[in-house]
Design a protein around this ligand. Structure first.
Ligand SMILES: Nc1ncnc2c1ncn2[C@@H]1O[C@H](COP(=O)(O)OP(=O)(O)OP(=O)(O)O)[C@@H](O)[C@H]1O
Length: 298
């Protein structure tokens, strides 16, 4: 079943075009990573899905409804980001008690288990938590709510690396036990790629690609060797990235068009290297100016 369907989705803020003609769909019970550079339109897209914003053009349907001001949709969604605010009079314990009434699938055992594991003080106020602890507390709510559509917008902001690892582990374990549709926006692709099933990559408000992580791992090949040898091998290939190194060597990333490694390894000077998902996404969403090296060449 399709949970989210966007058709020619466009969102402008005045003259700024944040999303441009985006068409995509997300199926039920998938864990999707929403990836893109700063300003690519991730938060805008998540807010359109959650019904916080109206599209300027195009259509968005969530559970077959327009999410804007839809009670039906909001009852089935939780949106976790680092702007969550709670009544200042509430302690953390009060918040957990109150939010439990909102979410049909709320799991108090999970909420309290995580709350104790992360050593929260039940009497503390949300506003007095450190930035990382606020994110951790928000994440507990996002997981324990077990909403059919769970949206995490940069959920690990401020968390230290140990807490981030615990969060990804908890997310994966709970997702495997209670499958649901989860979208996770993140800049830290290397940290999340092992738990994601699909990646929706945005570039300047447009869809760059939407594929499974397994497909993406086969998407590109890296070649390194003497510049002239690499250049010869690049003929007819779709080049995604090139980088020069000392002593005349060149590293090139090409689209894997079903080529066997043998074709490239005939030349013994040539090294075939895997391309990480993080690097691939950087190359696919890079600007055309030749990267940071370009600044130093001017
Ligand atoms: N309320 C707003 N008013 C005007 N422009 C906005 C507003 N919100 C976002 N934008 C612009 O829309 C574009 C997309 O922003 P958005 O926050 O969706 O990107 P993002 O991918 O989430 O970025 P980041 O990774 O930096 O959080 C940016 O150019 C941003 O400046």
């Amino acid at each position: 079943m399709t949970v989210i369907q966007g058709e020619n989705l466009t969102k402008s803020y005045g003259k700024t075009l944040a999303l441009d003609n985006l068409t995509f769909q997300i199926e039920e019970n998938k864990l999707t990573g929403l990836i893109g550079r700063n300003g690519a339109g991730k938060t805008t897209l998540l807010k359109l899905i959650a019904g916080y914003l109206k599209p300027s053009r195009g259509e968005i349907n969530v559970f077959s409804h327009n999410p804007f001001d839809s009670l039906q949709v909001s009852a089935n969604i939780i949106f976790i980001d680092n702007h969550m605010a709670f009544p200042t009079a509430f302690s953390l314990d009060d918040i957990l008690t109150e939010v439990a009434h909102y979410y049909q699938n709320w799991n108090a055992k999970l909420a309290h288990g995580l709350f104790d594991y992360f050593s929260f003080n039940p009497k503390q106020r949300h506003g007095s938590l450190s930035k990382g602890n606020q994110s951790t507390f928000n994440m507990i709510i996002g997981l324990a709510a077990r909403c059919p559509l769970t949206i995490f917008d940069e959920p690990t902001s401020g968390m230290d690396s140990a807490v981030r690892k615990d969060f990804y582990r908890a997310l994966l374990k709970d997702y495997l036990e209670y499958p649901r549709t989860i979208i996770l926006s993140s800049h830290l692709l290397s940290e999340v790629e092992d738990i994601l099933e699909d990646i929706l990559l945005l570039r300047d408000g447009t869809k760059c690609l939407h594929q499974s992580v397994l497909e993406l791992k086969e998407y590109a090949l890296g070649l390194k060797g003497p510049k002239q040898t690499v250049l010869e091998r690049l003929k007819g290939q779709e080049i995604l990235h090139t980088e020069e190194f000392a002593q005349g060597s060149l590293y090139a990333v090409i689209k894997n068009q079903g080529l066997t490694s043998q074709q490239f390894l005939k030349h013994e000077d040539l090294e075939l290297l895997p391309v990480s998902l993080e690097d691939l996404c950087i190359y696919l969403t890079g600007n055309a100016k030749g990267g940071i090296d370009h600044v130093f060449k001017q």
